[in-house]
Design a protein around this ligand. Sequence first.
Ligand SMILES: C[S@@+](CC[C@H](N)C(=O)[O-])C[C@H]1O[C@@H](n2cnc3c(N)ncnc32)[C@H](O)[C@@H]1O
Length: 475
Amino acid sequence: MKNRFNRLTSKEWLPFQKSWFKYDTEEKLLTENIRFFIREDETEEKVFYYGDNAELLSNICESQNVGLIKANDFNNEALQYAILDLRNSVNSIKKISDYQKIKEETINICIKIFETLAHRRFLTVLIPNVFVEDKYMPLAWDLAWQLSSIFSLKDEKIACTNEIMSLKTKDNHKFIPNNKIFYCLYFRKDELSNGIFEEKKHRLFENKIQKSSNFSFKSTIPSWFILKPQPRKKNEILHPAKYPEELVTMFLQEFTTENANIFDPMSGTGSTQVASLKASRNAYGTELSPFFAEIAFGRCSEIVAPKQTDLFQSPIDNKFILLNKDVREISKDDFPEIDYLITSPPYWDMLNMKGAENQAKRVEKGLQTNYSDNTEDLGNIADYQQFITDLANVYFNILDIMKSGSYLTIVVKNIKKKGKNYPFAWDLSDILMSKLILLPETFWCQDDINLAPYGYGNTFVSNTFHQYCLNFQKP
Ligand SMILES: C[S@@+](CC[C@H](N)C(=O)[O-])C[C@H]1O[C@@H](n2cnc3c(N)ncnc32)[C@H](O)[C@@H]1O
C-alpha cells in the first residue's frame, strides 16, 4: 500500500530518513528531494525553485510529472514544494553587509512562498556556513533561526561532500577541515507557522565576538567522518552515552602536541583521559557520578599508575587527575592550566525519556539508562532554556583554567522531543559565541545504527545519526 504523504513504499521511504548522506551528484540530491516531497499523482504538483540548476531540475521534474516554477517566473501559483538553493549565492558574500542582504532576500522569498504553499507541505533550503571578512559565520544556523519564525523548522540533513564548498579563505593557517559539508534545512507550513517574520524573537549570530583565529592549524580533520570504534569493554557499556576514544585521538592530533594538558569536565567513563594518556598528553577532569568516576579512574590507572590513589587528592604533577565532583565546584587550584578541552555533555534530559529505542534495549539488559538521579546532574534539568544556560555557564567558568588561545571541542546533537525541534548545537553555540571564537564545525556521522521508519506516511522525521563536534577558541 502506498502512503498518503508521498506514495512511497516503506522500503523507498527509509533511506531518505538518514540525517546525513554522501553527496555524489546534484541530480541525485534533487531527484531524491523531489521524489520525497511531492506526490506522484494524476494531477501535476508544482515545485518552486531558486538556484543555479534550473535546467537539470526541469529534466527531473519532467520525468516525474511535476511542474517547475522558477523564482523569476513566480506569479503566486499554488505550490506543493519549494527548493531554495543558496550554495552559489553565498560565494558573493564578501562583507557583513552582503551576509545581511542574503538573509533579507531569503526571508522575503520565503514569505512569498508561504502564501501559496499548500498546508503541511515542505520547503528545503540548501546552504553552507561561511567565512565573512575572514571570520567564520554560521549562516545556515542563523537562517534556520530566522526562517523558523515563518515556517516550522522540521529537520536538517548534512550533505557530506568531497568538494571544496564555500569555506574558502586566502590564509591557509585557518582551521578549515578538509572535506566539506552543506546543510539541507527542512521547513513545513503547518498549524504552528503563520508566515509572519518576527525578527525580535530571534537571536542573531552576528552580534557576537567572532574574530579570525590567529593560530596555525594542521587541518588534519575532515569536516565529516565515520568511526569504526573498538567494541566497548564490560565496564564501558555500563555508561549510557560514551563516546569513542578514536574521536578524541583525532582531535588531539589537530589541536594539541605531546605533554599538553587536556581537560574533560564531564568525564563519564574517562574516554578523553584514556585517549589523552595513550597519546602522551596529560589528562584532567571531573565527573559527578561516583560510579562512573571510579570506572574512569580504573581505566586511567591501567595506563599510568597514579602517584597517589586517593581520587579526591591527586597532586598537581600527576599525569592524570580525575575528581569526583560537580564541575561547578572545581577551583583554579585543582588543575594545572589547560591547553585543550574536549567533552560531551548530557543531551538535555533525553536519557530520562522513557521509550526511546536504545533505552528499551538497556532496560532489557538490566543496564542503567540515565547518568544518575542526582539533582546536580545537568542531565536532570527539565527546562530546556535553564539547561542550556547552566551548561554554557559551566564552560564559561572553566575558561578561568584555560590558556588564552586554547581550543575547545564540544560533542552535541540537535534534539527532537515530542514532535518539537530543539537545535541544541546551535543554541549552545549562540551563547558560547559571546565569549569564544567559533571555528568550523565537524561531524561525527554514525553509520552503524538501524534506521527506524519515523513518521511513515505522515511527515518527514529523520533519524539523527550526525553528532556536531563544535570547535571554539578562547580569545
Ligand atoms: C555524555 S556523558 C560523557 C561521556 C564521556 N564522554 C565518555 O565517553 O564516557 C556526560 C557525563 O556528564 C556527567 N555530569 C552530569 N552533570 C554533571 C556535573 N554537574 N558535574 C560533572 N559531571 C556531570 C554525567 O554523569 C555523565 O557521565
